[in-house]
Design a protein around this ligand. Structure first.
Ligand SMILES: Cc1cc2nc3c(=O)[nH]c(=O)nc-3n(C[C@H](O)[C@H](O)[C@H](O)COP(=O)(O)OP(=O)(O)OC[C@H]3O[C@@H](n4cnc5c(N)ncnc54)[C@H](O)[C@@H]3O)c2cc1C
Length: 412
């Protein structure tokens, strides 16, 4: 054992016999070619055993970032281990932007797209929808390039590390833009049901934070582009916050990106948390389920019916929207989605009780869990069989499998 690693939350100790940090693509190829079993680790921000293995664990975080902007093609290509925060700074400095970001800029590009990581925005797909190409070191050490439009592409981006190590990702870019962030408080719960669609599309990106207690939703964050309609003086009864807010009331808002409506660079407003600070609470587990956006109001009621099991384990919930896409293992595959997120206290037993209650309550809506968060069952991934066939073709020896993907994806 050369190194004992834990994930960001500290709830998973990786059981890898060996940890590799290659500095070149050739070294990645050599390590994979020699390995019997290998898993790739990004920045370790997932909350379950998705990246774990008892054999070889490989991080591509040591490859040179090698950020290449192709203005003509409207793309940037970057090493897979680069964090979004670093990529975003470079893009912005050169006059470019991505369509969206997750709540934190700390995660690696390849690790985030591998699980279908998303931000919010009724018209915005998850981060993987910006991927135009991936370069993957597959079992045996072969370097395979797949581009949007290739037959296997829709199976190969949200791929949970099953097809190989993604050493390079090409992403769509657009001219840089500005975002202003407005926080509203105390949205009457009944107004959310009555005006769900209007609230979810009230800005380029909208996030709601609720503790599922009482008759109000705690906070609504509107992230507006300059060209969007002006921020309203009041949002269906919710009023502008008097000062800066953290989604979890007891935490310092210092960790959060600028609020109060001052416009700023896209990458300093789309994430909720600043790159230099610990995101979220730091002492937590997380769970998230996606159901059809059209079922949102019924799903809110379903969550409230199991409030007694959910609330004792909860720090805060976040509600976001994600546009449908065509990627087989995407939680948003062919379904405009509402994301029901739960930031839990770091108590595994309490959390699993809440997760069981939620999975039962949401079952009528065919919920799909976030691949990188705590869940029990992952039904409803319609193209799982096609994915298993693709995995068998690109990785016939099963080099990149682990117990997590065998249980939840490959069905063994
Ligand atoms: C505080 C916090 C906030 C979060 N906020 C959000 C959010 O706003 N939206 C959201 O959707 N999720 C969110 N997440 C979850 C997080 O975005 C996902 O778990 C994401 O996959 C983590 O990326 P990572 O680089 O840490 O990947 P890891 O957790 O290290 O790995 C995740 C998966 O990707 C694979 N992988 C990693 N790198 C590669 C590679 N180079 N090639 C092939 N496969 C690879 C791994 O094998 C594994 O299967 C949050 C997590 C935390 C801790």
């Amino acid at each position: 054992m050369s190194e004992r690693l834990r994930n960001w939350a500290g709830n998973i100790e990786f059981s890898a016999a060996r940890v590799h940090r290659p500095a070149s693509v050739e070294q990645v190829q050599e390590i994979v070619a020699r390995a019997e079993r290998v898993r790739v680790l990004g920045t370790g921000h997932s909350f379950n055993t998705i990246a774990d293995t008892d054999a070889d664990l490989l991080s591509v975080g040591g490859l040179p970032a090698d950020i290449r902007i192709d203005a003509g093609a409207g793309t940037v290509s970057v090493a897979g281990g680069v964090r979004y925060g670093e990529l975003a700074r470079r893009l912005d400095a050169d006059g470019y932007a991505l369509h969206n970001l997750g709540s934190l800029p700390h995660i690696s590009v390849a690790g985030a797209v591998a699980t279908g990581t998303h931000g919010s925005g009724a018209g915005l797909g998850n981060l993987a929808t910006a991927v135009a190409g991936v370069d993957i070191v597959t079992g045996g050490g072969e370097l395979v390039s797949l581009r949007r439009g290739d037959a296997d592409f829709d199976g190969a981006v949200v791929a949970l590390g099953v097809l190989g190590a993604v050493v390079r990702v090409t992403l769509d870019i657009q001219p840089r833009y500005r975002i202003s962030q407005h926080v509203y408080e105390q949205l009457p719960r009944a107004e959310l049901d009555a005006h769900w669609d209007e609230i979810a599309s009230a800005a380029y990106s909208v996030s709601l934070f609720t503790s599922w207690r009482g008759d109000t939703v705690d906070q609504v964050w509107l992230k507006r582009r300059d060209e969007d309609a002006p921020a309203p003086a009041e949002l269906f009864g919710a009023v502008p916050a008097a000062g800066k807010r953290h989604p979890i009331a007891v935490m310092s808002p210092e960790h959060c990106t600028e609020q109060g409506g001052a416009p700023g660079p896209w990458h300093e407003r789309l994430p909720h948390f600043k790159l230099e600070f610990t995101p979220s609470s730091g002492e937590e587990l997380q769970t998230e389920y996606f159901v059809a956006r059209a079922d949102a109001v019924a799903a809110f009621a379903a969550v409230e019916r199991v409030r007694d099991q959910v609330v004792p384990a909860l720090q805060i919930s976040e509600i976001r929207t994600v546009a449908a896409d065509s990627m087989w293992l995407s939680p948003h595959f062919e379904r405009d989605s509402v994301a029901l997120h739960f930031t839990w206290v770091p108590n595994h037993d309490l959390v699993l009780g809440a997760v069981d209650a939620l999975e039962a309550a949401l079952a009528p809506f065919a919920p799909r869990p976030h691949w990188g968060k705590v869940f029990r069952h992952a039904p409803g991934y319609a193209r799982g069989r096609d994915f298993a066939a693709l995995a068998a073709r690109l990785d016939p020896a099963g080099t990149f499998r682990n117990a997590f993907v065998e249980r939840h994806v490959l069905g063994e």
